[in-house]
Design a protein around this ligand. Structure first.
Ligand SMILES: Nc1nc2c(ncn2[C@@H]2O[C@H](COP(=O)(O)OP(=O)(O)OP(=O)(O)O)[C@@H](O)[C@H]2O)c(=O)[nH]1
Ligand SMILES: [Mg+2]
Length: 433
């Protein structure tokens, strides 16, 4: 069946794109234009008419992609029309009057691309990531994955494991009497090399987590030191209540920022002190949890004598408008005044530096989804199981473990057992994708 849907976001806009995919896409295009010729991947200027009453609908461009050289692998047509609610719905309802067209389901274009081997599961997820990316680094990683960096890595592992199973089968078939002594060692070494690659991939999953959910920074310190004032300044809006009363903030207040292209989540917390106030203590407990969950902590001081530096902590001395800092020892602390908006650039630079330390070099294969992490962990498990079996006694068990590793890689790229993932993945997709 040929499907159609609007692929651009709704609302007032200069242009909108309607996409059609399926064996009768070109026929449908010809039904709404008069005497036009379409060449693969070339734009053609068209006037579009209602297929039944022939009323002029809009003027724009049409482009036709001949199967299999299209996004879905089927014949695809894109109508580039004017945007806006009335115009797009008039064109869409004209298409609805064509009997052999039907409106696409959520993610159906991408699903067809997948079925026609135009894109694998990692590519689909990367496409979703690209469309949802909020910062440059998220965007870059999504582009890498869309370019096939992850599937290349996974398929390379698959190839190596297949070679290993083949090797075992061949050696055991033909060399029964004079098996080389080192066959088992040899196999273990080869497996270890693959495991090492997988572990280094897993070692990057914390980066994947940061790219997905943000680098988490908690702002902590004693009451009244200016934590909420600082988050408001960083957020460039009033997200937290500021007052001269110590113990103002009780809940954790989060803001999302883009620092050096990375998604960063900053959390303002309740001031830390001994308190008899039940609600304040609840807030302090939340603050302590936030410290544990964060990748780095900004600790705010106002008294230079109290400044301490810890690993992953950024000490900050606030309210320097009230003291003469030249006479004080500030240690590692960054001197700022939220009131005067001074020193904030230094703080941002420091945050940037810490995040960049997490990402020292560009890696194209950061596992950005939990399922990659879980899948690769499972594969490592199978490979370790394979090593635990005595190769000479039960070679078939070794092969079985290797095969389950190969199978698991297939689940990652989507060559096997794909239905369960597709359902979950396409839930996040909209109709026109
Ligand atoms: N002079 C001066 N006052 C500041 C500065 N930053 C914040 N303040 C004031 O310090 C007081 C406390 O600020 P908050 O931001 O509410 O402090 P907090 O750390 O969030 O306090 P709690 O939520 O109670 O833990 C307010 O009166 C702010 O206006 C600064 O740089 N200089
Ligand atoms: Mg506060």
């Amino acid at each position: 069946m040929t499907i159609y849907a609007i692929s651009t976001a709704p609302g007032t806009a200069g242009l909108a794109v309607i996409r059609m995919s399926g064996p009768r896409a070109l026929e449908a295009l010809n039904a709404i234009v008069i005497n036009k010729e379409f060449t693969h991947s070339k734009f053609t200027k068209c006037k579009f008419y209602h297929p039944v009453n022939h009323k002029h609908l809009d003027s724009g461009l049409a482009v036709y992609f001949k199967s299999p050289k299209s996004f879905t692998g089927e014949d695809v047509v894109e109508l580039h029309i004017h945007g806006g609610y009335a115009n797009t719905s008039i064109v869409l309802s004209a298409l609805a009057s064509i009997k052999y067209l039907r409106i696409a389901n959520q993610g159906e274009f991408t699903k067809r691309a997948f079925i026609n081997n135009k894109i694998d599961l990692t590519g689909i997820e990367a496409l979703g990531d690209l469309i949802n990316s909020q910062t440059e680094q998220q965007h870059e990683q999504a582009l890498f994955h869309m370019g096939g960096s992850l599937s290349k890595l996974y398929l390379n592992w698959r190839k190596k494991l297949i070679e290993l199973t083949a090797l075992i089968e061949v050696e055991l078939d033909f060399a029964d009497e004079d098996l080389p002594d080192n066959i088992s060692n040899n196999l273990h070494n080869k497996i270890d090399l693959v495991i090492a690659e997988m572990e280094s991939h897993l070692g990057e999953s914390n980066k994947g987590e940061i790219l997905r959910n943000g680098f988490k920074i908690a702002i902590i310190g004693e009451p009244n030191v200016g934590k909420s004032s600082l988050i408001n300044l960083l957020a460039k809006r009033d997200v937290a209540i500021v007052s001269e009363i110590a113990g103002t903030t009780r809940d954790a207040i989060e803001v999302n920022l883009n620092i050096a292209g990375f998604p960063v989540v900053i959390v303002d917390t309740a001031g830390l002190r001994e308190s008899n106030d039940k609600i304040e203590n609840l807030g302090i407990n939340i603050a302590l949890t936030k410290i544990e969950e964060s990748n780095a902590v900004i600790e705010v001081f106002t008294d230079p004598k109290k400044i301490v530096s810890k690993h992953n902590y950024i000490p900050v001395l606030n309210k320097i408008d009230l003291i003469d800092i030249n006479k004080k020892d500030l240690g590692q602390a960054i001197p700022i005044s939220v009131l005067n908006n001074s020193g904030i650039d230094l703080l941002i630079n420091k945050i940037e530096q810490i995040i960049k330390n997490y990402f020292p070099s560009t890696s194209e294969t950061i596992p950005t989804h939990v399922r990659y992490k879980l899948g690769v962990t499972k594969i490592i498990q199978s490979l370790n199981n394979a090593k635990d079996v005595n190769l000479l006694e039960s070679p078939e068990l070794v092969v079985e473990e290797l095969r389950s590793g190969i199978y698991e890689i297939g689940r990652l790229t989507g060559t096997v057992d794909v239905e369960e993932y597709l359902e979950v993945i396409f839930k996040e997709f909209c109709i026109g994708k």
